[in-house]
Design a binder for this molecule. Sequence first.
Ligand SMILES: Nc1ncnc2c1ncn2[C@@H]1O[C@H](COP(=O)(O)OP(=O)(O)OP(=O)(O)O)[C@@H](O)[C@H]1O
Ligand SMILES: [Mg+2]
Length: 259
Amino acid sequence: MVGSIRIQEVEKKFVNGSGENVQALFDVSLDIKPGSFVSVIGPSGCGKSTLLRLISGLSQPDKGHIFLDNMQITAPGADRGFMFQEHNLFPWLTIYDNIAFGLRARKLYKENKEKVTGILHLVGLDGFESYYPHQLSGGMCQRASLARALVGNPKVLLLDEPLGALDAFTRMNIQDEIQRIWKEEHMTMVMVTHDVDEAVYLSDTIVVMTARPGRIVKLVHVDLPRPRDRSAENFFRYSSEVLRLLHYGGTITEPEFYL
Ligand SMILES: Nc1ncnc2c1ncn2[C@@H]1O[C@H](COP(=O)(O)OP(=O)(O)OP(=O)(O)O)[C@@H](O)[C@H]1O
Ligand SMILES: [Mg+2]
């Protein structure tokens, strides 16, 4: 199986507006197994998006190395799909053309026409090919962005708070869709989220980070069968552990089995 990611002692600094160094990531090491679902959670500004951008190859670490299937990542590549927080569909292109855009740019469209139709079906947007983004709901636009990230058949899908702007019900529906695609396509998914339940619902491993400088506090391995029951006591055990690691556990009653 392909899609293993190895992050080795990575550091990343930025210079802020006042000319001071900001250490965004410090000594981050992480092994992500091929085909696994990993969520990254932590306070705002702790370097989650920075980490995703480093994996995507859009930026480079100041120290350390990142490998995809034992090859060092030095630039963006079609083997990594990126779904951004805001759907960044081109408003002047139809949904079909938005999804086909990357293939056309890489001159791979002709031999992959059927893939575009297949992906539209996979995300439940059949019949909406000729619509423009403004004619779709927020959730449908998110699904179109997901389709666009998937169409190049990436080994790894990077999701940066992909569902942050959606209402709770649409969000749960798209979580199920993401999970189904993850299972069917056997790809590695790395998702940044602020939603603890979303992380527990979807992940094999939750990477809990702390701010300034961004470091990994703990890896929480979620050992629950899928599909997961959001109201089960076991589910609550994991979400409460993550909340406690994030220092939001104060108002949560300790479940008996956890003691
Ligand atoms: N291009 C940049 N130039 C300067 N500073 C940056 C740049 N990108 C990120 N930073 C800084 O690095 C730190 C981490 O930013 P990052 O966007 O990775 O945080 P985050 O965990 O994704 O936060 P959020 O949850 O709010 O999206 C922040 O202090 C941010 O200001
Ligand atoms: Mg971010």
